[in-house]
Design a protein around this ligand. Structure first.
Ligand SMILES: NC(=O)c1ccc[n+]([C@@H]2O[C@H](COP(=O)([O-])OP(=O)(O)OC[C@H]3O[C@@H](n4cnc5c(N)ncnc54)[C@H](O)[C@@H]3O)[C@@H](O)[C@H]2O)c1
Ligand SMILES: [Zn+2]
Ligand SMILES: [Zn+2]
Length: 364
């Protein structure tokens, strides 16, 4: 029997989100239904609401979730009913050209549920990032479920499902930060602060946190930044000069743009040392255009990368990071700024915009 549960949708571009009844089908072959326990509010949910990701409204929002598997479809072997899982949006196919060349973190054909969740009138929903977890239950592909140690607080480890993993991985995987490196992170929301934490875990010795909101720099400093730059009064050149002043005039080995705007990317580009690495993990919107002298791209060398989901492999990274959290070596709980009800998502977007939170986490 399909379940009818409460979920949060974005019905049309820019409109406030709505709490509605949704219909969750029984899992078909390869699918699983998960009873959601917690789901973080990510900037990407807000991008969906604003029409910045696609026009496939209505969206069922929410994608940073942990919960228990409540039903599995035919042929599912990787999870069983009752398993505690973190949901992911990278269920790798194993067969696409990225997978066959042994780079599955780029998988171009990740799995999602085949069936659709709907409104009561049958309108099909587009689940955010193929998850849709601002709901009591959601339907996913079984491989979107990664088992982790059930002793962990779901509010904390659920955040590995998106933004925090993206930030950690931007430093540890995409940026390949190593012992003794200097790293600068532009934008210290949940993603950027996680990049600070990832840089610290990877052994960076200089970690510069940059934000135009000084409130964000307090948390970044607590979680591993060795220096902070309040960029609110600085132009692009001013930010670059401030990073150079902290890195022997050379610039940082790795600069991570966790905002995703042309001006922050240019800051990242010029604030890195020659032959250094730029990592873009913030997500730009379709209207944004970057202009930069091509000669500078050549002359400064190095590596200009994007970080999709922190180049993570959920099966490899979620259990390992959960274990580090339980051992007290990864401060995931520090990212849970507040626990809220499912009816408070618009307020959570406002708190995000005002800079008051790293993550608001919906408890279901
Ligand atoms: N690449 C991925 O896989 C991935 C995954 C999750 C989220 N994201 C993206 O990462 C970005 C950050 O997400 P978040 O949840 O941390 O958002 P957030 O809103 O919590 O944080 C953004 C931070 O950037 C700061 N900021 C904004 N403009 C700035 C500027 N010009 N200079 C310096 N700081 C500035 C804000 O003050 C804020 O602290 C978003 O674009 C989000 O969509 C990417
Ligand atoms: Zn693949
Ligand atoms: Zn996200």
């Amino acid at each position: 029997m399909p379940s009818t549960v409460t979920g949060v949708i974005a019905r049309s571009k820019g409109a406030p989100v709505e709490l509605v009844t949704i219909v969750v089908p029984d899992p078909g072959p390869g699918e699983a239904v998960v009873d959601i326990e917690t789901c973080g509010v990510c900037h990407t949910d807000y991008h969906y609401r604003e029409g910045g990701i696609s026009d496939d409204f209505p969206f069922l929002l929410g994608h940073e979730a942990a919960g228990r598997v409540s039903a599995i479809g035919e042929g599912v072997t990787n999870v069983a009913v009752g398993d505690f899982v973190v949901l992911n949006w990278r269920a790798v196919c194993g067969e696409c050209r990225a997978c066959v060349r042994a780079e599955p973190w780029y998988c171009f054909n990740t799995f999602n549920a085949t069936q659709k969740m709907t409104l009561e009138d049958g309108t099909e929903l587009s689940p955010a990032l193929g998850i849709g977890a601002f709901a009591d239950k959601t339907l996913v592909h079984a491989k979107q479920c990664t088992k982790v140690n059930p002793e962990a607080d779901p509010a904390a480890v659920g955040l590995l499902g998106c933004g925090i993993m993206a930030g950690l991985g931007a430093a540890m995987n995409t940026g390949n930060v190593g012992r003794g490196d200097s790293v600068a992170v532009i934008g210290c929301g949940g993603v950027g602060t996680a990049a600070v934490v990832g840089a610290a875990l990877a052994g960076a010795t200089t970690i510069i946190a940059i934000d135009r909101d000084p409130k964000k720099l307090v948390a970044a400093e607590k979680l591993g930044a060795t220096h902070v730059i309040d960029s609110s009064g600085l132009d692009e050149a001013g930010v670059v000069a401030a990073v150079q002043a902290l890195t022997n005039t050379f610039g940082a080995d790795v600069v991570i743009d966790a905002v995703g705007r042309p001006e922050t990317w240019r800051q990242a580009f010029y604030a890195r040392d020659l032959a250094g690495t730029v990592v873009l993990v913030g997500v730009p919107t379709p209207d944004m255009v970057l202009e930069i002298p091509l000669l500078d791209v050549f002359g400064r060398g190095g590596s200009l990368k994007s970080s999709w989901y922190g180049d993570c492999l959920p099966e490899r990274d979620f259990p390992m990071l959960t274990d580090l959290f339980l051992q007290g070596r990864l401060p995931l709980a520090e990212f849970v700024s507040e626990r809220i009800g499912i009816d408070a998502i618009e307020q959570a977007f406002a708190s995000m915009a005002s800079g008051d939170v790293l993550r608001s986490v919906v408890v279901l």
